[in-house]
Structures are given as structure tokens and as C-alpha cells.
Design a protein around this ligand. Structure first.
Ligand code: F6P
Length: 534
């Protein structure tokens, strides 16, 4: 399926490449090259109906939402794992019907989809043993290291028969998709589940244009030593198979270069130009802070569905409302947030009966025991706090958990908070902080963890807390609830503007500018007097 063979773009002097020219460069590269995106979770999940037809639902989570938003109009191919039975059946039916690519919304589809179908056992090993928890916990500094992780023979088996195997299957599917095109397509790999794919593709297609964006933090090299050399080196070398490795913030990009320096003996790091030289190739290491699709978020927040929630949500509000919104998982530091609220009520009893803490929580990765245990511990903590403060006369319960996944409900709730608590231990970015900043209508204050990537952009206007500091977080709650309204308004307005200016399209375009430069390098030898975009 080649695109019309227009004249290939050439390297352009950098001074011509500001604003619209950058967009023009991106457009011209995309005109000649197709886009292949690969992520573990797909943009849609399928359910089979009794009559044999399928219904599809948008996949959940920040990655899918962000990538779906920016792919509109690019006719990309999206390669994703079949996660549930419906996806598997849909993939099987497609195979039997000779339908190489699935168009979820028929001709109107924003992308065409192909599933990677691993055996349930291999997928379990890859997703529930290696990706989450092993890599996720490592990359969020969550392991209680005197006790865990234990890299047992079972974990080794999960690495070889699960993670390596499913990564190989992803690479194979991408290679099949590449064969449809005359020009090398642009391959955009997403996140920590697919670390080995870049190198596997490079081995078969030396001229491939591959970018890998990592949505989660990248810890210091010392912490990577928890993984045996074969695994950590394999991960680094997998990523070095790409042309560009992208992170949310410069600190994570730097940490990746340190890790390569520590564990990949035959590489050289150029910290000034932010690149790694490895086996005759140059790999750029960049940061692209992800954001939200401001228009789409607003549209959902003011949709009929969200407004319907606004009718019953007020039963949860009080004179003051503290909100948090997370998947139920340890890196979000939800339990410490409850402890901080407990401490706040203890040290400021005048707020008792007047403030509600609402936690909108979505159970996540329930096949992993660490996640199940965390959810249980959350409920137990809330039970204890409510028992401690509950007022039997008024019926006041200070903490309420709203369970389940409804994006319109989340946004409806966000309009109302006085305080949004985002105290994650560490986070690649944290889009909840950005959604809150955009949508809140009460000049609410954001309490933000120093460990959230969002702190780089929003930190100055939020109240910053160190994630383990229960006392400091309790004080921040007090400071937020007693902040003069003018100061609340000043911060809230600037927060909103900051998010509006830097929405997800900027994240995507900046990546494409760098990819465009790579593509240009591929298609022509560097001409004298011309340069790449900085
Ligand atoms: O970046 C981490 C991430 O992939 C997010 O995009 C997403 O919100 C979350 O993890 C979802 O994880 P899973 O697909 O395992 O439910």
C-alpha cells in the first residue's frame, strides 16, 4: 500500500524551520511514509455478541488516549496485543476472512489494527510476571529491596518464554506490516512492555526508522542492578536498536544514558548532544512531555453523560472537597495520601465534618498479587479512618471511594474539587494533574508530588510535596484549604493556560520533527550547508 511517491523531503536550513515550517516538514515526511504504532494495550477492545457480531470499546489508560488523539488523519496501522477473549476471537475471525488489518469503525476508522495473539500462558508471563510487576515496580522504585524481587527460575522462565517471546511476536507482526510499503514506514513503539522490539526489527531491516517512547520513569543505573545482567543489558540494547528513544522528562532521558554507560560495554555516550553511539549507529535520547487533548477533554467534560453524573456527584461533596483520581496501584501512593488526610483531620479538628476526601479509583492489573494486596490495604485504611472520625449524628464519613472506570464521571468530579491530591511516588507524567488543571471550576489547588513528571511543567503553580512526607502532605492540605481565593485563582488560571498551550498535539509533533530528521538522513546523504532541525 504505497503512498503516492512525492518528491522526497530534503534537509532544510534550520532557520526556515520554525513554527509552520516544522509542521510542513512533518506533513511532507508523513506524506511519503506510513506510520506504524505498536503498544501492548490496543486502541479498542472487542466483545463478541450472541449473533456473532462484535462491539468495540476504546481501550483505557493515558497511553491509548494520547496516541489515539494524535493519530487522527494519519491512517496509521496499530499493532497491539489481543488482551481478552473478544480480541482473540476478532483476530481469529480476521485471519480466517483474510482481513489483514481490522478497521474498527469501518471506512471511518482513524487507524487499522492488527493483533498480536500470544498463547494465554506466554501473555501471562509477559504481562503479569515481567511487565507488571517486575519492570513496573523497578521503574517506579517500588520494590522493598531486602525482600523483593526474587529472580527465581520461574521469573527467568517468564522472561524467556513470556517477555522475549511476546516481544518477538510484536516484532514479527511489525515486520509483516512493513512489507506492504515501498518506503520505510515510521515505527513508533510504546512503553516498557516492548523494550526488545526495536533491536529485533533492526536486525531484519537495517534502514528502518524506529522511535520508542517510554511513558514511565527510568530509574538510576544502581536500581537496574536488581535485574540480572542478561535482562538489563537486553533491555538497553533492545532500545538501542531504535533511532530515537523518548522519555517524558530530561531527568529520565539522562538516567537512560547513565544506564547504557553502566551496562552496555561497547557504547559511547555523548551527554552534550544527548545521544548514544552503538555499533556504528547514533541513537538520539530525547524528552517529549506528554499531555492531554484539551479540546477532547473539554468535550467529554461537558457532554450529556458527564452532566448526568453532575446530578448525583454532589452527594459526595462537602463545604471543602479533596479529590484524587487514580488506577488503584502502589506507585500512586494512595494509602499515604489517606494517612496524610488522617493527620490533617487530627491536627486541624476544626475541619472535621466540613471536608470530604473522594478517591475515584479504578482497579487495575488484578491478576498481579501486589495490586490486589494494595487495593485491599486501601480499603482497610479507609475503613480505619472512617471509623476514627465518622459522625453518627450527621452521618459524615470523611473518606469515600468511588470505584470503577468512567471517564465522563472522572471529569465531572474534577470540576468540583478544592484540592486535587497527586502524591505519586514517581510518575512518568501524570495526566490527572493536567486534566484537573484544565477542567476544574472552583480554582482548586493541586498538591503535586515532586516525583511526578508533571512537576516539571506545573510544579511552580502547585503545592509540591515529597511523596513519603505524610506530615508535609497534611500541611499542604491545610495550606491549600486556607489559601486566599485570589491566590487560588491566580494559580488556577496559570495552570489552565499552561495545559492549553502544551497539549498532546505538541507532544506528537515534536516527536515527528525528530523522526522527520531521521527519515531525511536515511533518504539523502547530508548536503553541505544544510542542517537538521535542532
Ligand atoms: O504508561 C503507563 C500505562 O501504560 C498508561 O498508559 C496506562 O494508563 C497504564 O499504564 C495502563 O496499564 P495497563 O495497560 O497495564 O492497564
Amino acid at each position: 500500500m504505497p503512498k503516492p511517491a512525492d518528491t522526497a523531503p530534503t534537509a532544510v536550513p534550520v532557520d526556515l524551520l520554525e513554527s509552520e515550517s516544522r509542521q510542513a516538514l512533518v506533513d511532507s515526511v508523513l506524506q511519503n511514509r506510513n506510520l506504524i504504532v505498536a503498544s501492548n494495550r490496543g486502541p479498542v477492545t472487542f466483545s463478541r455478541q450472541n449473533d456473532g457480531s462484535y462491539t468495540s470499546r476504546q481501550g483505557s489508560g493515558g497511553l491509548v488516549t494520547a496516541v489515539s488523539a494524535v493519530l487522527q488523519g494519519h491512517q496509521a496501522i496499530w499493532i497491539a496485543a489481543a488482551m481478552g477473549e473478544g480480541d482473540r476471537q476478532r483476530a481469529e475471525d480476521a485471519e480466517q476472512a483474510g482481513e489483514t488489518l481490522i478497521s474498527p469503525q469501518g471506512d471511518d476508522s482513524a487507524f487499522r489494527l492488527r493483533f498480536v495473539v500470544a498463547t494465554p500462558e506466554a501473555y501471562h508471563q509477559y504481562y503479569n510476571v515481567i511487565s507488571n510487576p517486575l519492570l513496573w515496580f523497578l521503574q517506579h522504585y517500588l520494590w522493598d529491596t531486602p525482600r523483593a524481587p526474587d529472580i527465581t527460575h520461574k521469573v527467568w522462565a517468564a522472561w524467556r518464554e513470556g517477555y522475549v517471546e511476546v516481544n518477538r511476536q510484536f516484532a514479527d507482526e511489525i515486520l509483516v506490516a512493513c512489507e506492504q510499503f515501498d518506503e520505510e514506514p515510521i515505527i513508533m513503539l510504546q512503553d516498557y512492555q516492548l523494550y526488545l522490539v526495536g533491536r529485533l526489527i533492526r536486525e531484519k531491516r537495517p534502514n528502518a526508522i524506529i522511535q520508542h517512547f517510554i511513558h514511565i520513569p527510568w530509574p538510576d543505573p544502581d536500581y537496574w542492578r536488581l535485574l540480572p545482567s542478561e535482562m538489563r543489558k537486553g533491555i538497553c540494547e533492545g532500545l538501542l536498536g531504535c533511532d530515537i528513544v523518548g522519555f517524558q522528562i530530561p531527568a529520565h532521558a539522562r538516567s537512560f544514558m547513565y544506564t547504557c554507560e553502566a551496562y552496555v560495554p561497547d557504547c559511547t555516550i555523548d551527554y552534550t548532544n544527548k545521544c548514544v553511539e552503538w555499533r556504528g549507529r547514533t541513537i538520539q535520547v530525547r524528552s517529549y512531555p506528554i499531555s492531554i487533548d484539551a479540546d477532547a477533554v473539554r468535550k467529554t467534560a461537558y457532554s450529556q453523560e458527564a452532566r448526568a453524573y453532575e446530578r448525583y456527584l454532589p452527594t459526595h461533596w462537602n463545604e471543602f472537597t479533596i479529590l484524587r483520581v487514580d488506577r488503584a496501584e502502589p506507585s500512586k501512593n494512595i494509602i499515604r495520601g489517606f494517612h496524610a488526610f488522617d493527620r490533617f483531620l487530627e491536627s486541624h479538628p476544626e475541619f472535621q465534618n466540613r471536608v470530604n476526601f473522594i478517591a475515584v479509583t479504578q482497579p487495575s492489573r488484578m491478576d498481579v498479587k501486589e495490586y490486589r494486596n494494595y487495593l485491599d490495604d486501601m480499603s482497610a485504611t479507609v475503613g480505619r479512618i472512617n471509623a476514627k472520625y465518622a459522625n453518627v449524628e450527621t452521618g459524615w464519613q470523611p473518606v469515600q471511594i468511588i470505584m470503577g472506570e468512567s471517564y465522563p464521571r472522572v471529569l465531572a468530579a474534577m470540576k468540583w474539587y478544592d484540592v486535587l491530591l497527586v502524591n505519586s511516588i514517581i510518575d512518568g507524567m501524570n495526566l490527572v494533574a493536567k486534566e484537573g488543571a484544565l477542567i476544574n471550576e472552583r480554582s482548586g489547588v493541586i498538591i503535586l508530588s515532586e516525583g511526578a513528571g508533571a512537576a516539571v511543567q506545573l510544579g511552580e503553580l502547585a503545592l509540591m510535596v515529597s511523596p513519603a512526607d505524610v506530615e508535609g502532605t497534611a500541611e499542604a492540605i491545610y495550606q491549600a484549604l486556607t489559601m486566599p481565593i485570589q491566590e487560588r485563582q491566580r494559580r488556577a488560571q496559570r495552570l489552565r493556560r499552561s495545559v492549553e498551550q502544551d497539549d498532546v498535539s505538541v507532544w506528537f509533533r515534536n516527536q515527528l520533527v525528530d523522526i522527520a530528521n531521521c527519515a531525511m538522513k536515511e533518504s539523502e546523504p547530508a548536503a553541505e550547508g544544510s542542517t537538521q532541525v535542532a
